[in-house]
Ligand binder design. Structure first.
Ligand code: 4AD
Ligand code: MG
Length: 430
């Protein structure tokens, strides 16, 4: 019976064959332990000389790291391993012999590992991060499908700049100029007017010259947009969505979180509702904490966000930022014009902003004047303005950065480990 490691629990006491790679091994004179992986999981294979004979035992002992194999043996329960099963190996068929695999069990530097990302992905830790990422993606679709949202795919090649013009990736579109999408939001607003509650899930691009643990040049964003949702309604969707993905990972990735050494008690606390603090109060709080340099009107840096996040054990919404700090499309607060109806969601444990969102301006004249203030060409945004001409309604939405969320939930230090092939300031390879 041919099966996979993920399925071996169905075959306890039975003989099965698994296609696998040899991740690692150790052996003595009489017994060898093979760490096998097949993509679906990791399992230990045990080879006993007394059972299979000297010659086969020596052949197996000589197998090299990352050689591909068909391994046949009997599945046993193994209460000592977190996985819970092992294989008593009866025979091994070599498919392809791997020689001098570059990533040995010793420690390697980050740049070396990043140069070998195409192979590094095979490691147990990286495998675990990718499984957590996959679970977040799966849970995202489940959440939005269960809550009446339709998935809409905005274009990647665009002529407009939702988040400001400094970070755009320029390209030629035949004779015209075009940019790679930095956010699908504006298109999602049009989609919300057609379908009510929508979400997108796609790659976005920022030519940001930032080299931090939170910045990628290419990253994936989930962007929901809801017609008739006002500021508070928007926050509610966000806290329920983020709680849902955290609880889904806890439920479905317990082995991976264990591999990653993640403190799951911190994740168990992540349930809606989340605390809120206004930008004004955050400034006062920072002054009390001794951040004398920051003034009303300044944007928060990573140390500020971390200080605020540290005083809560859940993600925290920072709301009502100064209008001058935010993009042109945000709705002003009803009682004052100097702040907007927006919120950034700051993850705990120093992972920073994982969501940016707001209520959108739905008044035509106000939106047009904001475009002009931001020196954006109203002609390029004609279609966007038209959404305010034909049955304009209050509406809101947000964008969640997938990689920052994966990094936080997995507990990995840097976003470069939370995407299969990171695009960084100085990295386009592999
Ligand atoms: O705050 P941002 O720029 O918001 C928008 O783009 C809105 N148009 C979204 C919306 O309302 N539909 O980006 C949203 C999120 C951030 O909170 C962060 O998680 C992530 O995208 N993000 C990045 N992730 C990795 N690398 C970068 N360079 C990122 N820039 C933003
Ligand atoms: Mg933001």
């Amino acid at each position: 019976m041919k099966t996979t490691i993920a399925e071996v629990h169905k075959y306890v006491g039975q003989q099965v064959t698994i296609g696998a790679w040899l991740a690692n091994k150790r052996s003595s004179g009489k017994i060898a332990f093979l760490q096998l992986r097949d993509g679906t999981g990791f399992i230990q294979g045990v080879v006993e000389k007394a059972e299979i004979g000297e010659e086969i035992f020596q052949n197996i002992k000589a197998l090299t790291q990352e050689s591909s194999l068909y391994v046949t043996g009997v599945i046993r329960e193994d209460t000592r391993s977190p996985f819970g099963f092992e294989m008593g190996i009866q025979s091994v068929k070599l498919i392809h012999e791997s020689t001098d695999y570059p990533i040995t069990p010793k420690e390697h530097g980050t740049e070396f590992l990043m140069d070998h990302r195409h192979l590094w992905l095979r490691s147990k830790r990286q495998h675990a991060v990718m499984k957590v990422r996959n679970e977040i993606i799966r849970a995202t679709y489940e959440f939005f499908n269960n809550n009446g949202f339709s998935k809409v795919d905005p274009p990647i090649l665009t002529g407009s700049a939702p988040e400001g013009t400094t970070e755009l990736f320029h390209t030629k579109y035949f004779e015209e100029d075009a940019y790679l999408s930095q956010s699908g939001q504006l298109y999602m607003e049009a989609a919300a007017m057609a379908l009510g509650k929508v979400f997108s899930f796609g790659p976005t691009f920022r030519a940001e010259k930032s080299k931090t643990r939170r910045h990628l040049i290419e990253f994936w964003m989930i962007e929901p947009e809801m017609a008739f949702y006002e500021f508070e309604d928007n926050l509610k969707v966000q806290e329920e969505y983020v709680s849902f993905i955290v609880q889904s990972v806890l439920k479905n990735c317990s082995l991976e979180l264990q591999t990653l050494g993640r403190d799951t008690s911190k994740l168990e606390q992540i349930t809606a509702p989340f605390p809120r603090i206004s930008y004004d109060d955050a400034i006062t709080f920072l002054h009390e904490k001794g951040f004398d340099d920051i003034q009303w009107g300044d944007d928060f840096g990573a140390p500020h966000e971390t200080a605020i996040a540290e005083s809560f054990d859940k993600p925290v919404f920072i709301t009502h930022y100064p209008t001058s700090l935010k993009p042109f499309y945000m709705q002003p607060a009803p009682d004052r014009d100097d702040v907007v109806l927006c919120a950034d969601l700051i993850a705990p444990e120093g992972y920073g902003e994982i969501i940016g969102g707001s209520e959108r301006i739905h008044d035509y004249e106000l939106l047009e004047s904001r475009l002009k203030e931001h020196e954006l060409d109203p002609d390029a945004y004609k279609w966007y303005l038209q959404l305010r001409q034909y049955g304009s309604v209050p509406h809101s939405g947000f964008g969640l950065g997938l990689e920052r969320t994966v990094a936080w939930i997995s507990g990995v230090e840097h976003v470069r480990e939370s995407i299969p092939f990171p695009r960084l300031l100085n990295r386009l390879y592999p």
